[in-house]
Design a protein around this ligand. Structure first.
Ligand code: GAL
Length: 415
């Protein structure tokens, strides 16, 4: 099969050099448009180009993929789906249920994917026994990114508890700097909320509230405390946070304007892209109070049906993504870790190695949870309902008690 796939690639190479070039392209819809993301995407493009697979780019800017999902829906509705699409968690399952995704079992069997892709990812890569998506990475979302020289200058040690974090943010503010670089977009508010909820209520609370959607937990005093803490964080962002893209928030930490960003490890891609070195220029540590937990998401590429069978280019695309060498090269740039259990992360930087170790430990101890903000806790209908409440509260439309009530009813209505 491996030989067959190679032959297919060679054929595809021939085709791209003829006037039929487009026939051998893969059209890839994605939202990787920031500097770090584009750098990682280039690793994939180049890998495919080396195999003679042309790349038709379909970027839809907008972190977290909110806008990309709207464009995808329009493309599929008009009968013209892209050949490959970046998808998150339950969105994959939703598209599979609609029958839009191609069955990748032959390439998955040939590559032995069952044995090397972590269970937590396979939950989203497979539907009804069929492989319908290829995981390219594992991100985790409960990170803090900090400007090290600024912390040193202000005498701030890495905060390990909520109280220490508040004290650190206050110190930064008192020094006339921005404590928290944040972009006021629903998915970014929700990313912080994931971490604050895990830190405040612990893993059982997170599980019951955002995965089991237990009404009592959603309406609990602990949830009110989570919202109270969101209000505290709101007091440490600058006046221009509204609508700001996440990578511009990362840039504020990179250039020393701000001390902290609470963001998934795609932020590391921005630091690396700016030539910054972990441990020297910036620090990566878990959101205080979540040191033993990991909230994760995984970007997967689903292959949308173009006809009755998977095209050779789609097969080559899927195979290329799962290659161990590619997973290492790509994830070093992206800030994530490989979506395979059989590769070494020895060549990763300190943050990457830490991410991988903590992921393994969290998985072994039952502390690995899908990120709600990034579509791995619940389907989009529930996720978006939660986004609305989280963002409204962050912007002062609801007080904490009202937000708790709104959350309970929003979740109920969304199911
Ligand atoms: C996440 C995605 C990451 C990163 C981020 C910001 O949902 O998994 O790969 O791109 O959005 O766009």
């Amino acid at each position: 099969m491996r030989f067959f796939a190679r032959t297919t690639c060679a054929l595809a190479a021939l085709v791209t050099s003829t006037s039929l070039a487009l026939a051998a392209d893969v059209e890839v819809l994605h939202w990787w448009t920031s500097g770090g993301e584009a750098g990682a995407l280039n690793v994939l493009k180049q890998d495919l180009e080396a195999q003679g697979i042309g790349w038709q780019d379909m970027p839809v800017a907008g972190g977290g993929g909110t806008q990309a999902m709207t464009v995808l829906r329009a493309r599929v509705t008009s009968g013209n789906p892209p050949s490959a699409v970046q998808l998150l968690g339950f969105d994959i399952t939703d598209w599979a249920r609609e029958g839009a995704l191609a069955n990748l079992n032959p390439v998955a069997e040939a590559g032995g994917w069952d044995a090397v892709v972590p269970e937590a990812l396979q939950k989203f890569s497979k539907y009804d026994g069929e492989w319908i998506a290829v995981p390219v990475n594992i991100h985790s979302t409960n990170w803090v990114w900090a400007n090290k020289p600024l912390l040193d200058e202000l005498g701030i040690a890495e905060p390990t508890t909520w109280d220490e974090l508040v004290a650190a943010m206050q110190k930064v503010k008192d020094a006339g700097k921005i404590a928290v670089a944040h972009g006021g977009q629903p998915w970014q508010d929700a990313t912080i909320f994931d971490a604050v909820a895990m830190s405040t209520g612990g893993p059982e609370f997170y599980q019951k509230a955002f995965i089991d959607l237990d009404t009592e937990t959603l309406g609990s005093d602990t949830m009110k405390q989570v919202f109270d803490r969101m209000t505290v964080i709101r007091g440490f962002v600058d006046d221009n946070f509204s609508g700001r893209d996440w990578n511009l928030a990362s840039a504020m930490v990179i250039n020393g304007e701000a001390a902290f960003q609470f963001m998934g490890d795609w932020a590391k891609g921005e630091f690396l892209n700016a030539g910054k070195v972990p441990g020297t220029d910036f620090l990566c540590f878990r959101f205080p109070g979540t040191q033993d937990q990991v909230t994760f998401n995984t970007d997967q590429f689903a292959v949308f049906k173009q006809g009755d069978s998977v095209t050779p280019e789609q097969t080559a695309f899927a195979e290329a993504i799962m290659s161990p060498e590619f997973q290492i090269a790509f994830n070093k740039v992206k800030g994530s870790v490989p979506a395979r259990t059989d590769v070494s992360v020895e060549s990763f930087d300190a943050c990457g190695q830490k991410a991988y170790e903590e992921l393994k430990a969290a998985s072994a101890s039952g502390n690995l949870f899908g990120s709600n903000a990034h579509g791995h806790a619940n389907p989009a209908s529930v996720k978006n309902a939660l986004y609305d409440v989280i963002t409204a509260q962050f912007n002062g439309e609801y007080d904490s008690a009202t937000a708790v009530e709104e959350m309970v009813s929003a979740v109920e209505l969304s199911q």
